[in-house]
Design a protein around this ligand. Structure first.
Ligand code: 4GS
Length: 247
């Protein structure tokens, strides 16, 4: 996969050199390039922003540097394309696990990050979709882009090693993850549930499913509303509700 980013603060992307993402770049599974669109300004002061027509507070990123930076990415690409272009914007669709999985299907993604300001609306003609990291205002789109890139590349083959696996994680099957334990079986009097040491794999699977359902029911009931339940899950959830009412 090839990922391009347009940003006025390329150094903010230093974290991309670390850990799993950094290794994917070193290995060649991922190519990652940040373009400072200030380098593409045609005005003598290298300004990237201007006052909004009609007045009002704040400045807006002008169209020209971003149009020309996107053109430079297209020129470097074999297919003369910037791929699927994502604009980071709080007015966009809120990013989630499914978006990460969907973005991972593209072979080329370009993220456009604003900083401080808003955008001239015409920039959006370059953009395939607007995505928001969440319902809060950031000082810039850079951190949002990094979060989206991180969550997306986890779905690429060759990015996650054996130490981390994409399947079984929270959200993978629409439920939060069940509690997990490693050695020792008794840590300062806090014991691992007996079932996990029983060796009975069917019982362990049922226990894990029930714990996942219980945690999701208590913490994120919204996730259960958008999800079909199997007969086993429905029975377990009935048990959970009964047990909780008895407490
Ligand atoms: C977000 C967000 C954001 C909006 C950038 C105001 C500076 C800021 N970007 N998800 N101008 N939430 N952007 O808050 O993506």
């Amino acid at each position: 996969m090839k990922i391009d980013v347009l940003s006025l603060f390329p150094k903010m992307f230093a974290p991309m050199q670390e850990s799993i993402i950094g290794k994917a770049i070193d290995r060649g599974s991922l190519s990652f390039n940040v373009t400072d669109f200030r380098d593409y300004t045609t005005n003598k002061h290298n300004n990237v922003d201007d006052y909004p027509f009609g007045g009002g507070a704040g400045m807006l990123l002008t169209a020209q540097p971003i149009f020309d930076a996107i053109a430079s990415i297209q020129e470097k690409d074999d297919q003369q394309s910037a791929g699927h272009v994502v604009l980071l914007d709080p007015a966009g669709k809120t990013f989630d696990h499914k978006d990460a999985e969907r973005l991972a299907q593209y072979d080329h993604l370009t993220f456009v990050c604003g900083h401080y300001e808003g955008y001239d609306e015409r920039i959006k003609t370059l953009v395939d979709e607007e995505i928001s990291l969440g319902d809060y205002v950031l000082t810039g789109g850079e951190l949002g882009a990094m979060v989206m890139i991180d969550a997306t590349v986890r779905f690429l083959p060759d990015v996650l090693g054996n130490s981390e696996s994409a399947s079984g994680d929270s959200f993978e099957d629409g439920l939060l993850e069940y509690p997990q334990y490693t050695r020792p079986a008794d840590f300062r009097g806090m014991k691992v549930p007996d079932v996990l040491i029983s060796g009975n794999h069917a019982k362990i699977a049922t226990w894990r499913l029930k714990e996942s359902l219980k945690k999701t029911y208590l913490r994120r009931p919204d996730l259960l509303e958008g999800r079909k339940l199997s007969n086993e899950e429905r029975d377990l959830l009935d048990d959970i509700k009964t047990e909780l009412n008895e407490d």
